[in-house]
Design a protein around this ligand. Structure first.
Ligand code: GLA
Length: 589
C-alpha cells in the first residue's frame, strides 16, 4: 500500500515530497513487445512517471463488446510500468482528444441521431456509465492505495476547450470515486480564464497544458489555484502532422529551455509526448476548426518527441536529460540495447484483385431510399460504397454529395470520373449519362473522425443525399467495406501497373532469421491502406509529409510475410521497398 496526496506544498508520496517528472506514452500506439523498451528509456531519461490515455473506442468498438487484450491490455501496461519502478498517471476518457479517431469516443454513439456528446445528456451518460462499470474495476486494483503504480486519474480532457457543463464533470468525478478511485483526481486545461473556468471541478486539482511561456501559464493557474502543486500536464515538446502539410519539428534546445523554466518554478511536468508511436489501422483523428476545413492526421504519431516513432532517443531526449540532471542526480545513462533495423528491399506485388469484382466476397449489401452514414449500418471505420442507377440520356451535369465524409471516388458504369472531398465546399464532378442510363458508384473513405473542437459529431460516409443538378437521387445499394477481413479475396497474377484502382495488391516479404524493424516506402503509390500479415499498418498518401510506414519487428515473422495493399487510384510501380529509415518530411504536394 502506498499513499499519494496533494498538499498545499505540493505532491507527497508515502509521506515524502515528490516532483512528478512524467512522460506520455500510449500503450495503444506501440506494439506490446516494445512497451518495456520504451518504458526503460523513459526511466533512463530521469523520469519517474508514465502517463497514458485510455481510448474508449479501442476498448468498446461495438456497444457491449469489450477488448482488453494485446495492444488493448491497459492493465498489463500499467503493471509493467510499476514493475520497472515507475508511477502511472491515467487519463481514462470518455474523451481523450489525442489526435485519436473521434477523440476516443466510440463511433456507435452516433447511431443515435439525437445523442449529445461530452455533456450530461442522459443518453450519453448512460453509455459512459456502462463503460466505466467495465473499465474502472480493472484499474482499481492498480491504484497505489492498493499497492499498484497508479497515483492520479484525470477527469475528462481539456473540457474547458469544449463546454461548461459542470454537472457532467461532477458526474464523471463521482463515477470514478464511487467505482473505487481513491487516488487524487485532476483536470487539465489551456492556461486561459475561459478554459480554466469551464474545465475545472471544485475540489479537484487543476493543471495546465502548454508548449511555451511556462511563467505566464503557471501565473494564470495560480490565479485559480493559489496553492498546491503546479503541474504542466501536457508539455507540447513536439507536434503532430496533417496530410498535405509540412512535417512539424521543434528544436531540442528550445524545448529544453521551457523545461528548465518549469523546473525552476518548482513545477511538475508531463512531456506530451515522450514517445508518440503510430496511429495503426484507421485510428488517426482529424481537426476541423471551421466547418469548411477538414484536416486528417497522418498515420505516424512521431510527434518529434523524445523517442522517435521507432523508439530511438532523439536530440530532445538528451537535451531534456541534461536539464533534469541539473535538478537531481541521474548517474550514467543506461539504455536498453538498440533494436535492429533492416532494409529488406524490394517486394514484388505480383497478384491483384479489383475491388469491384470482389464486393460479394468482402461485403453484404443493404437497400436504402437514401444514402445512410456508416454509423447507421453499425460500421465504425474504413470505406463504404453507395450505388444507384440513373436514367439517361442526360447532358453534362454536376454531381454533388451532401455531405461527403470524407473523400469520394466517383465511377460511372465502372469508369472513374473524379474525386469529391469534404472540404472546401462546394465540390462536384461533371457526369454525362448516355441513352439507356448508367450505374453510379460512389466509394467513400472515412479518413478519421474529428477529435477536437466544436464539430466533434462526425458521421461518416454520405450523411444526407446525392444530387445530380437539382435532382436528388434515391434508391441506393450500400456496402460497408471496413476491410477487416481480407482472406476471402481472390487474387490473380498480373502487372501491378495495368488498370487503375481501386485494387488490392498482394506480395510476399521473405524474412531470414529474426525479424528487424523496417519501414515500408510507398513512393510511386497514390493513396490507400496497407495490411501486413493481416495487421492494418495504416494509411499512406502521396500528399506527404509521410512517405514511409513504420513496421515494428514484432509484426513480422521469420519466413513468408503477406503484404496486401489497398490502393484507391493506381500506381506506376510493380513493387514496394522496405528500407531502414523513415521519411516523414516529404515536401507536401
Ligand atoms: C491537447 C489535448 C491532447 C492533444 C494535444 C495536441 O492538449 O489534450 O490530447 O490533442 O492537444 O497534440
Amino acid at each position: 500500500m502506498h499513499s499519494f496526496s496533494i498538499e498545499k506544498s505540493g505532491f507527497v508520496y508515502d509521506g515524502e515530497p515528490i516532483r512528478l517528472l512524467s512522460g506520455a506514452m500510449h500503450y495503444f500506439r506501440t506494439v506490446p513487445a516494445y512497451w518495456k523498451d520504451r518504458l526503460l528509456k523513459l526511466k533512463a531519461c530521469g523520469l519517474n512517471t508514465v502517463e497514458t490515455y485510455i481510448p474508449w473506442n479501442l476498448h468498446e468498438p461495438k456497444e457491449g463488446e469489450f477488448h482488453f487484450e494485446g495492444i488493448a491490455d491497459a492493465a498489463a501496461f500499467v503493471e509493467l510500468a510499476g514493475s520497472l519502478g515507475l508511477h502511472v498517471i491515467v487519463r481514462p476518457s470518455p474523451y481523450i482528444c489525442s489526435e485519436w479517431e473521434f477523440g476516443g469516443l466510440p463511433a456507435w454513439l452516433l447511431a443515435n441521431p439525437y445523442i449529445q456528446l461530452r455533456c450530461s445528456h442522459p443518453a450519453f451518460l448512460a453509455k459512459v456509465d456502462a463503460y466505466y462499470d467495465e473499465l474502472i474495476p480493472r484499474l482499481a486494483p492498480l491504484l497505489c492505495t492498493n499497492g499498484g503504480p497508479i497515483i492520479a486519474v484525470q477527469v475528462e480532457n481539456e473540457y474547458g476547450s469544449y463546454g461548461n457543463d459542470a454537472k457532467y464533470l461532477a458526474h464523471l468525478k463521482d463515477g470514478l470515486i464511487k467505482r473505487g478511485i481513491d487516488v487524487p483526481l485532476f483536470t487539465s486545461d489551456g492556461p486561459t480564464d475561459a478554459l480554466l473556468q469551464g474545465g475545472s471541478v471544485p475540489g479537484v486539482l487543476s493543471t495546465v497544458n502548454f508548449g511555451s511561456d511556462a511563467v505566464s501559464a503557471f501565473a494564470k493557474l495560480r490565479k485559480y489555484q493559489p496553492d498546491g502543486p503546479l503541474m504542466c500536464m501536457e508539455f507540447w515538446n513536439g507536434w503532430f502532422d496533417h496530410w498535405g502539410e509540412p512535417h512539424h519539428t521543434r528544436g531540442a534546445l528550445d524545448a529544453a529551455g521551457v523545461l528548465d523554466d518549469m523546473l525552476k518554478a518548482g513545477a511538475s511536468v508531463n512531456f506530451y509526448m515522450f514517445h508518440g508511436g503510430t496511429n495503426f489501422g484507421y485510428y488517426n483523428g482529424a481537426n476541423c476548426q471551421e466547418p469548411d476545413r477538414y484536416d486528417p492526421t497522418i498515420t505516424s504519431y512521431d510527434y518529434d518527441a523524445m523517442l522517435n516513432e521507432a523508439g530511438e532517443p532523439t536530440d530532445k531526449y538528451f537535451a531534456a536529460r541534461d536539464v533534469i540532471a541539473r535538478y537531481m542526480p541521474l548517474g550514467e545513462l543506461e539504455l536498453p540495447p538498440a533494436i535492429a533495423k533492416q532494409a529488406y528491399g524490394r517486394v514484388e506485388l505480383a497478384e491483384q484483385a479489383v475491388l469491384f469484382e470482389q464486393l460479394n466476397a468482402i461485403s453484404a449489401p443493404t437497400q436504402s431510399v437514401t444514402p445512410l452514414p456508416m454509423e447507421r449500418l453499425g460500421q465504425q471505420h474504413g470505406f463504404i460504397l453507395y450505388s444507384t442507377r440513373i436514367s439517361g440520356p442526360r447532358p453534362a451535369e454536376q454531381l454533388y454529395l451532401h455531405d461527403v465524409r470524407d473523400r469520394a471516388l466517383i465511377f460511372l458504369d465502372g469508369v472513374y470520373q473524379g474525386v469529391i472531398e469534404r472540404a472546401p465546399v462546394p465540390q462536384s464532378v461533371t457526369i454525362t449519362v448516355p441513352e439507356g442510363g448508367s450505374k453510379l458508384d460512389i466509394l467513400v473513405e472515412n479518413m478519421g473522425r474529428i477529435n477536437y473542437g466544436p464539430y466533434l459529431k462526425d458521421h461518416k460516409g454520405i450523411t444526407e443525399g446525392v444530387r445530380l443538378g437539382f435532382q436528388y437521387l434515391f434508391d441506393w445499394t450500400i456496402r460497408p467495406l471496413p476491410l477487416e477481413e481480407l482472406s476471402h479475396l481472390t487474387f490473380a497474377g498480373g502487372d501491378a501497373r495495368v488498370a487503375a484502382g481501386p485494387k488490392f495488391y498482394r506480395g510476399k516479404l521473405q524474412v531470414e532469421g529474426s525479424p528487424a524493424d523496417t519501414f515500408l516506402d510507398m513512393q510511386g503509390w497514390t493513396k490507400g491502406v496497407v495490411f501486413l500479415n493481416g495487421f492494418n499498418l495504416g494509411r499512406y498518401w502521396n500528399k506527404g509529409p509521410q512517405r514511409t510506414l513504420y513496421v515494428p519487428a514484432p509484426l513480422l515473422r521469420e519466413g513468408d510475410n503477406e503484404l496486401v495493399i489497398f490502393e484507391l487510384h493506381g500506381t506506376d510501380q510493380s513493387a514496394v521497398y522496405f528500407t531502414d529509415s523513415s521519411i516523414l518530411d516529404q515536401a507536401p504536394s
